[in-house]
Design a protein around this ligand. Structure first.
Ligand SMILES: [Zn+2]
Ligand SMILES: [Zn+2]
Length: 152
């Protein structure tokens, strides 16, 4: 008997060729102001919401991936360029999708801000949301020690 999962969240790129689904409620929705996320999205921060990797699937098309560092990959549509995901290469890491690519971005209100050391001075919003600098958490700092950026 095969289990049929019901998507909780769906989304996709602007041209519509790549579509995805989360089969769990979005977790740890956040913005990241770090330079890598700024560069990766072309925006002034990344807005991401996650699910366990087992609760995520591409449902139409296949995205391209860029390994922005030796620790993580980011998916984008090879036809229209929409940034679609971020995930660390650890089995237990969540698979994050860009909140702006979700069909209903209201489904993932943010609970955290990361990378605030690089927050652009005029970006003033959600200041009531808990903020953290990159590597502020000791466990994360240990992980980031091995990181080598592939961004130019
Ligand atoms: Zn596309
Ligand atoms: Zn970031």
């Amino acid at each position: 008997m095969s289990e049929v999962k019901t998507p909780i969240v769906t989304g996709g790129c602007q041209c519509g060729k790549v579509r995805y689904a989360l089969y769990a409620a979005p977790q740890n929705a956040h913005v990241c102001h770090c330079r890598m996320c700024q560069r990766a999205t072309g925006g002034v921060f990344a807005a991401l919401a996650g699910a366990p990797k087992s609760e995520f699937a591409w449902t139409e098309g296949e995205p391209a991936f860029f390994a922005s560092s030796n620790l993580a990959k980011r998916a984008y549509c090879r036809d229209c360029g929409t940034p679609l995901s971020f995930s660390y290469d650890l089995p237990e890491a969540r698979f994050y999708v860009t909140i702006g690519s979700m069909d209903d971005p209201e489904a993932a209100p943010i609970v955290k801000q990361y990378g605030v050391e690089s927050r652009i001075s005029w970006v003033k919003f959600c200041e009531d949301v808990p903020a953290e600098k990159t590597g502020e958490d000791p466990k994360a700092a240990e992980f980031f020690k091995t990181m080598q950026s592939n961004q130019g």
